[in-house]
Ligand binder design. Structure first.
Ligand code: NDP
Length: 399
């Protein structure tokens, strides 16, 4: 029985909150605190018939003093940050001040540069250790489940893993010519950045979308996928001994890429402020305002996602390959919690990671990436809470 404060009330938070309420034996009480309180209240009203007690609050998570006061008043066992990556450090500061455990799904990104890495959050390691609290970083799907898959493969299937390919396929169709499945600003910053992968102890950089492969995904079929930089590569490179290469691929359809190229060419994806009718606006933030809200895609999106990792390494002196993945159906997610599968596949592991920290199954103190903890209890919970995993010992490899 525990108490969690959830910050943010967007697409991912909505799923995590539904799941906390389903898991009321663990989450006896939650507070939903976000910038727009009416969204928190609407969700509370929808879910208030269950056993989990729900409170709501308005908060600007960038105001550390205000947030600290709210945390100290509610006294949660853990704070789950499902706002945006820009808020990570402020929320970590507030947790530190209030001496409460912290969980998130995405690493810190400064608002003025489209660049994300762990160094800012890893800088809190000693502070969290000295305060006797735990920060769990990256408890979504990727990072999150893909990182737990890696820890599980290392624990049970390999003596040494040398190659990891993380494959993220979304074969869902929402019927719009262009829309993003999670926060458009974060999504577009991620996919329009240079690509990179880890090889032989260093980063190798590519132009955006320079490396393309076709992969025949189980339960979906062949899809075009492109190499992207992705944050879990940075921590897995440190936490998987013997690793030689880690790559991340994501599928994109032709329509999405054509629209993105056009928006880039006309300057709409820029994060440099411009003057517009006497005030400054950021083109990408304006674009976000005119695109469909990802939370509204739920009823329209049909098809499946398949996200997982292909490992290559050795066991008992023999070379071995192994594929761990999850297949999720957009419409089934919508029927269950009113959201599409991208929010679902992130919100479920966010709830599970929070549960692990809240129950003390995973504890530091200190700041940890998710693959640093024992993967087994998390893998069991994935099967229980709607993201069952599948395995193959004869996967097709990505060349
Ligand atoms: P949304 O934009 O749908 O939701 C963000 C929420 O945060 C909104 O409710 C917003 O409030 C709130 N918020 C923003 N700024 C503040 C602030 N200063 N103070 C308080 N609340 C604030 O995003 P998503 O739900 O799509 O994504 C949430 C997080 O999940 C992001 O960090 C994203 O990067 C991450 N993510 C991780 C994935 C993974 O697999 N690891 C995959 C997908 C997403 P308002 O309602 O007023 O706008």
């Amino acid at each position: 029985m525990g108490k969690a404060m959830i910050i943010g009330c967007g697409g991912v938070a909505s799923v995590a909150i539904h799941k906390c309420c389903q898991n009321s034996d663990a989450f006896s009480e939650i507070m939903i605190a976000s910038r727009t309180k009416s969204k928190c209240d609407a969700l509370r009203d929808k879910l208030s018939g269950g056993k989990t007690k729900i409170q709501t609050a308005q908060v600007d998570a960038d105001n550390v003093a205000e947030l600290t006061e709210l945390i100290e008043k509610f006294k949660p066992d853990v704070v789950l940050n499902l706002a945006l990556p820009y808020q990570d450090l402020h929320i970590m500061d507030a947790c530190l001040a209030a001496r409460v455990n912290y969980v998130d799904t995405a690493n810190y990104e400064p608002p003025d540069t489209a660049h994300f890495e762990y160094k800012w959050q890893w800088a809190y390691r000693d502070k969290y250790k000295n305060a006797g609290i735990t920060a769990l970083l990256g408890s979504g799907f990727d990072p999150g489940v893909t990182s737990v898959f890696s820890a599980y493969a290392l624990k049970h299937e390999f003596d040494e893993i040398n190659y990891i390919d993380i494959l993220d396929c979304n074969a869902g169709d929402h019927g719009y010519p262009f829309a993003t499945n999670f926060n458009p600003e974060i999504n577009i910053r991620e996919v329009s950045a240079k690509g990179s992968y880890w090889e032989d102890g260093k980063w190798v950089y590519t132009e955006p979308m320079e490396i393309k492969r076709v992969y025949d995904f189980p339960e979906i079929g062949p899809k075009d996928m492109y190499l992207l930089h992705h944050e879990e590569i940075e921590s897995l490179a440190l936490n998987i001994p013997g690793i030689k290469r880690i790559r991340f691929f994501m599928t994109f359809g032709e329509s999405y890429l054509t629209h993105l190229r056009c928006l880039e060419n006309v300057g709409m994806t820029s994060i440099e402020p411009i003057d517009f009718e006497g005030h400054k606006i950021i083109p990408l933030q304006f674009l976000k305002a005119v695109l469909p809200d990802p939370a509204s895609l739920g009823p329209r999106t049909k098809g499946k996602t398949n996200i997982g990792c292909i490992f290559k390494g050795n066991k008992d002196g023999k070379e071995k390959t192994y594929y761990l993945y999850n297949v999720c159906d957009h419409q089934e997610c919508y029927r269950e919690v009113g959201s599409q599968a991208i929010s679902y596949t992130t919100g479920v592991p966010a709830m599970i990671g929070t549960e692990m920290v809240m129950k003390g199954i995973w504890k530091g103190p200190g700041v940890f990436n998710i693959e640093e903890f024992d993967p087994d209890p998390f893998m069991d919970e994935l099967n229980k809470w709607g993201l069952p995993w599948k395995e193959s010992r004869t996967p097709a490899l990505v060349e």
